[in-house]
Ligand binder design. Structure first.
Ligand SMILES: [Zn+2]
Length: 128
């Protein structure tokens, strides 16, 4: 029964991701009804995530440079996040203890937090 529940959960998640990717492929967030960033709306400052929806749209169309232009952090962190998901949700990944400790441990989380905060500050100071 637990396997059935896990399979239903996995299928639902996969369908949700596929649906979202379909929406982001066909609709450009710059010209459609997508929600605006509340931090930007309140402060007029870009948060580290601003432009991520547009970056997804550009990546789905193969426009990597444009995706980097709208959110450099999102595009460069994407492979890291995907690799982290592989380590977390595959049998192979769960055996990679040294890689998990080094690249996804406490210190790595602090580095990632610092990078996100630094990116958020830098993009508002230098306007990218
Ligand atoms: Zn934002």
């Amino acid at each position: 029964m637990e396997h059935l529940t896990q399979r239903i959960f996995n299928c639902t998640g996969a369908l949700l991701v596929a649906g979202l990717l379909g929406v982001y492929f066909f609709l450009d967030p710059e010209h459609h009804f997508f929600p605006k960033c509340p931090f930007l709306w309140l402060t007029s400052w870009k948060c580290p995530g601003c432009g991520a929806q547009r970056a997804v749209h550009q990546l789905l169309h193969g426009n990597v440079l444009e995706a980097i232009r709208v959110n450099f952090l999102f595009v460069t962190a994407f492979p890291y996040v995907i690799f982290g998901l592989v380590l977390e949700y595959t049998a192979w990944g769960r055996r990679q203890i040294p890689i998990r400790r080094t690249w996804y441990g406490y210190r790595a989380a602090l580095v990632a937090l610092f990078a996100v905060i630094a990116f958020g500050i830098a993009r508002n100071v230098w306007g990218f």
